[in-house]
Design a protein around this ligand. Structure first.
Ligand SMILES: [Zn+2]
Length: 293
């Protein structure tokens, strides 16, 4: 008698599992490992440069910057390994080679939704080849400037909060600065914006997680700006033994002063920060786009 009850339970469980797996396979569009109720931000270790892949709740994705050149293959295969074949929102914070170096490759090799860039140009080959890739795919560039809303739904809001004004002579200070808010948690991405640009921001830029501006340079992170953001977690994207002395010791000192937990791609590899809308967790030691390990 007991045995048959067990058998019945096992049968019911197996049928449940089969039913569940059926509903998973029907929804072929959603990435296989994606938990649609979380936001995961991957600060890719691209050496000296920035590239941040964002898995948005609901299954869409965003890429902010694409590191230096020759990393296109490793960045796209990292993104593909997470189960994505499309970047819904592609953002070039500013047209310096350590941010858009591999972006033409990514545009050529992945499906792209919307592209945002600040309204500045430069005459480098890297920038020109990015523009060529964009136009040959028939994509249109949307202007990244303060007040532009990228996503606004019940769960998630992504806004561009800077540049407030354009300074053609200083590309860093044209950096698109993005704030993503997911329920009670928020993330700020600053590109290479310097103090001048950051302290001009009028929007609410308080955030739990800050991507520290300009690879931790002294000229980006000031006390006034940190007071505006008040982050618990600070992530610096930079190369090992870089030629610029990044991160500057004053930046580290300022971040320590506000008791921010500091993570660095040169020491921690790719850093994954995940939010369920209330709590935030950090995972370090992810694969490096530069060293491939
Ligand atoms: Zn940079």
């Amino acid at each position: 008698m007991r045995k048959s009850v067990y058998k019945l339970i096992v049968l019911v469980m197996i049928s449940c599992l089969l039913l569940c797996s059926c509903s998973v396979t029907i929804n072929e569009q959603s990435p296989p490992q994606k938990d649609s109720n979380t936001l995961s931000v991957h600060y890719l270790d691209v050496g000296q440069g920035d590239s941040i892949f964002v898995e948005l709740p609901g299954g869409s994705s965003m890429l902010i910057d694409a590191g230096v050149s020759r990393l296109g293959e490793s960045i796209t295969s990292y993104i593909s390994s997470l189960g994505y074949d499309k970047i819904d929102y592609l953002i070039a914070t500013h047209p310096h080679a350590d941010h858009i170096g591999s972006m033409a490759y990514i545009v050529d090799n992945m499906d792209i939704g919307e592209i945002y860039m600040p309204k500045v140009s430069t005459n480098t080959k890297t920038f020109e080849s990015l523009l060529e890739s964009i136009s040959s795919k028939g994509l249109k560039i949307k202007t990244a400037s303060a007040g532009v809303n990228i996503i606004d739904d019940e769960q998630i809001v992504a806004d561009i909060v800077a540049p407030v004004k354009i300074d053609d002579d200083e590309l860093n200070n044209c950096s698109a600065v993005i704030k993503i808010k997911f329920k009670n948690t928020s993330f700020l991405f600053t590109g290479d914006a310097e103090k001048e640009e950051l302290e001009d921001i009028t929007a609410d830029i308080s955030a739990d997680v800050l991507k520290v501006g300009h690879h931790g340079s002294r000229t980006s992170t000031g006390k006034k700006f940190l007071a505006m953001v008040n982050p618990e977690i600070a992530v610096i994207s930079l190369g090992k033994d870089n030629d610029y002395g990044h991160p500057h010791k004053n930046t580290i000192k300022c971040l320590n002063k506000i008791n921010a937990e500091i993570y660095r791609t040169d020491k921690d590899g790719t850093i994954i920060v995940t939010s369920d809308g209330q709590e935030i967790s950090v995972q370090t030691g992810g694969i490096s786009m530069v060293r491939g390990e």
